[in-house]
Design a protein around this ligand. Structure first.
Ligand code: FES
Length: 285
């Protein structure tokens, strides 16, 4: 019970700080004429159509307009551009929630938080989490618990590119420490910090499921979350220089290795993949 109270107090403390920051930023965002956070359309990573990922539009932290997330209602008096984007966002929510039985709507909390984070410019204002809770019929604190648990969600404005270097055992054994050092040196920030130009935020995270291509990192922005794999300190720095120059990023192995193939090339899973195999969930039980 004491541990639970401690975690809850930490979550509330973090969110309060985030909310104070959000309030301070709102006038700057309004003055800049930025689009509403709910109105910013999300471009799916799949739209990039392959291994190259074009750079996202610049999203400095102050560009977020969290106030709109707290309202997010269909208002016919809004400017046309915002209204269209707003409807697009609700269409996306409908598509996401259609994946779950009606009595398991809370299962959509992570995809909805992800959507909200992209629309808010790469971070989650408190008002966005409250909005997600309202849509899903969840207690707000349960949404805060999810948002504070997963490192993919950030609760304060960060750089345009969130560089998440995996530091778990396979990556660590393959030199993750050196990759973190290279990333912070080239980006010009410490771990957990944001570079002075507002472009990069570097964190160390747990296993991202690409251990066979260790060491690796995920580069998140409002438009995509590509992996860069088989890294060396030199290639990590080159990745950051590519992003800084606004050039297209090479996704996947940063070597000549095809995918995750071993020295003999592909030796298994040569036929068509069967499935998918999903357990059935009763809609009303
Ligand atoms: S340990 Fe780094 S991706 Fe799994």
């Amino acid at each position: 019970m004491a541990v639970a109270r401690s975690v809850a107090a930490r979550a509330v403390g973090l969110l309060s700080a985030s909310h104070r920051h959000m309030t301070a930023l709102a006038p700057a965002a309004a003055a800049a004429g930025t689009p509403t956070a709910l109105g910013a359309p999300r471009r799916a990573a799949a739209a990039t159509g392959g291994r190259g990922v074009p750079p996202p539009p610049p999203t400095p932290p102050a560009a977020a307009s969290p106030a709109s997330l707290s309202t997010g209602r269909r208002r016919p008096t809004r400017p046309r551009r915002r209204l269209i984007s707003h409807d697009e966002n609700y269409d996306k929510i409908d598509v996401l929630l259609a994946r779950y039985p009606s009595n398991y709507r809370a299962s959509g909390v992570i995809p909805l938080l992800d959507l909200a984070q992209r629309q808010a410019g790469g971070w989650l204002p408190l008002s966005a989490m409250n909005k997600v809770a309202k849509i899903l019929g969840m207690s707000p604190v349960k949404v805060y618990e999810v948002a504070t648990f997963y490192t993919m969600f950030v609760r304060e404005p960060i750089g345009t590119y969130h560089i998440q270097v995996c530091g778990t055992t396979p990556c660590m054994l393959r030199g993750a420490r050196d990759i973190v050092a290279a990333a912070t040196e080239e980006a010009g920030c410490v771990v957990g910090g944001t570079s002075a130009d507002g472009l990069f935020h570097v964190t160390e995270v747990e296993c991202l499921g690409a251990c066979v291509n260790a060491p690796m990192a995920q580069i998140s922005s409002t438009t995509a979350d590509p992996y860069v794999e088989d890294l060396t300190p030199a290639s990590m720095k080159e990745v950051i220089r590519t992003l800084r120059a606004g050039k297209e990023l090479r996704v996947g192995p940063q070597t000549d290795r095809p995918g995750c193939a071993g020295p003999k090339g592909k030796t298994s899973l040569l036929g068509d993949v069967a499935g998918p195999y999903c357990r059935e969930l009763k809609a009303d039980g």
